[in-house]
Design a protein around this ligand. Sequence first.
Ligand code: FMN
Length: 142
Amino acid sequence: MGKIAVIYWSAGGNTEAMAKAIARGISSENVGADVFSVSEFGSKSVNDYEKLALGCPSMGAEVLEECEFEPFLSSIEHGLAGEKVALFGSYGWGDGEWMRNWEGRMRGDGCLLFETGLIINLTPDDEGIKQCEEFGARFAKF
Ligand SMILES: Cc1cc2nc3c(=O)[nH]c(=O)nc-3n(C[C@H](O)[C@H](O)[C@H](O)COP(=O)(O)O)c2cc1C
């Protein structure tokens, strides 16, 4: 089975912690997972991966982070039709609106969206980390 890229943007470390836990869950199913921040991913190709897990917190007013993550997503989304994609991210005071909008956008791109995006309020606690690991393990089998 091909590898999964877990690509995230995180300023405060919350979405980063989710990304690392999701990657652990993927690995627990003996599927390879490479974890990158958007800047680490740079100009690598998403085509080298069988599936993508994309993480970004709710920023601005219920939008994706606009300086790095949004341009990255715009640059890859034209090629995502038929691809298996999972979404995740941390949020603060909202109700997950950014994730619902993001899911709709990905469906519009023709992605095979995995479940609904995993959202966690602020810093994932032990239960949140477990949710991320289980989400990753299920995505590995998707
Ligand atoms: C500039 C800014 C804008 C934000 N906008 C929202 C928002 O619209 N809705 C929300 O629920 N949380 C919002 N938050 C809270 C973040 O989503 C939350 O702190 C999250 O845990 C940050 O994730 P990170 O640690 O991965 O950067 C915002 C935070 C910042 C700094």
